[in-house]
Design a protein around this ligand. Sequence first.
Ligand code: GLU
Length: 553
Amino acid sequence: MDYKDLANLIFPEVREIDYYEEKYPERKLKEGAIVTRFAPSPTGFVHIGGLYQSLIARKLTAQTDGVFFLRIEDTDQKREVENGIVGIVNALNDFVVLPDEGMISETEEKGNYGPYKQSLRKEIYQAYAKHLMEQGKAYPCFCTAEEVEAIRTKQENAKIRPGYYGVWAKCRNYTVEEMAEKVKNGESYIIRFKSPGREDKKIKHHDVIKGNVDFPENDQDIVIIKADGLPTYHFAHAIDDHLMRTTHVIRGDEWLSSVPLHLQLFHELGFKAPKYAHIAPIMKNDNGNKRKLSKRKDAEAAVSYYEEEGIPEEAVKEYLLNIANSNFENWRRANPDKGMDQFELLLNKMSVSGALFDMVKLLDVGKTVISRMTAEKVYEESMKWASKHDKELVELLEDKEYALKVFGIERGNKKPRKDISKWSEVKENIDYMYDAKYFERKKEYPYQVIQEKEEIKKILTLYLEKYYDQSDDKQTWFDKIKELAGEMGYAKEVKEFKANPEQYKAHVGDVSTVLRVALTARTNTPDMYEIMQILGKDTITKRFEKAMEELGK
Ligand code: GLU
């Protein structure tokens, strides 16, 4: 009896590995093409870090005419939730980070290197486990969970390195006959990798992001096939990334310490190892402490948060590129009008230690992104968001023609107004343009320099009676406000006022503020000329009257 016989006893049905090697040939891509993947577990929660990783993968593969695929790692069936895959697929769709291959729904997939769901690849893993066993590189382990636990406790008490290795790896020392005997007797077992490594030896690894790192060799006889017949993450990683012809494994840096094991697995399986690029996590400043964005503590850790808040998909991506490569910011400044697909992302420019996530900055990017959109696009996106999250906004936007005018204020010119950072801000941003909303509640009128009731009333009355004409162009309109200012003893130019402040009550800007506050109950609005054009004389009159009424006698 030898290992071949043992392998046949344990895996009687599986195919030869040559079958798979031929079925999934080397990809015919151009020199330098990157093949990489996003490989999440369907746990029902998509972390922003996953989107970040996918975006990086998508960009690098697009830049090199490579392939980006989505592989679902569902071998830990205890952690799985219903619709977990759909959640991941939808997140990538929502953010338009679309894989070339892989799962496209809970059950469907595209591409020639599948199945892309690990639970459907059982016989593939078993074929390779058998192949290892035939060479004496894998063996059945009969230790119960309690026995493994007892080994660990002993190690802890003696303060030695924990794990199933060397002298502690009890089952590796059985003879093939003994192993076969136990299997035949129906003892339950799992399959372990027989590590050829020694802990006192070092390996050198070059990580595309982290640079050169030294590690002790792996000497752990890790589990490769569990009792349910499914592989562990480590084993599945080696088999899948080999057969799917991955060139770069881009993943979270919590996996960096597994590199010695992974390189050893690739080597013992006879595979060429991929390049590894370990991404530092997105960090958060928590009262001066830098820590990872946490699923438990931070709402913004979930991809769903951005959709709920209505932060545009483009802004999120653009901001993530900012985090990924710090030179993105300069590139954007130099190329304000280019699409972000034209930015060349480089793995070796990725932050080694983890960039800070800054919500203020993200919202700022949101403002820029939205400011570049046409009124039509702003309308559509607001409506899309509102139909899921805000009925009142849907009602407000019902009159599309009017909404387009409102969104058109200071838009489409060279320096568009940057006032909306996310769709959930639209309502408060525009509600004063709607009489129904405007008159709904009692308002504070935040008058500034000019505060006296009678003075304000006089400005408003005179303006309506003598100066406002809907057909005026912008210049004439403004000249008239100056005239009004002059007539009432205010400087027509701020400059004049500054030169001789004692000669005037205040200046034209202060008069404008009175008009603006009476009209909108705000001190800060987009261009008042455009607002007046849209509201029209009747509404302006109604609003001024209301403002005067509020001032009281
Ligand atoms: N399923 C692993 C995870 O979600 C994938 C890691 C990898 O990309 O290899 O962390």
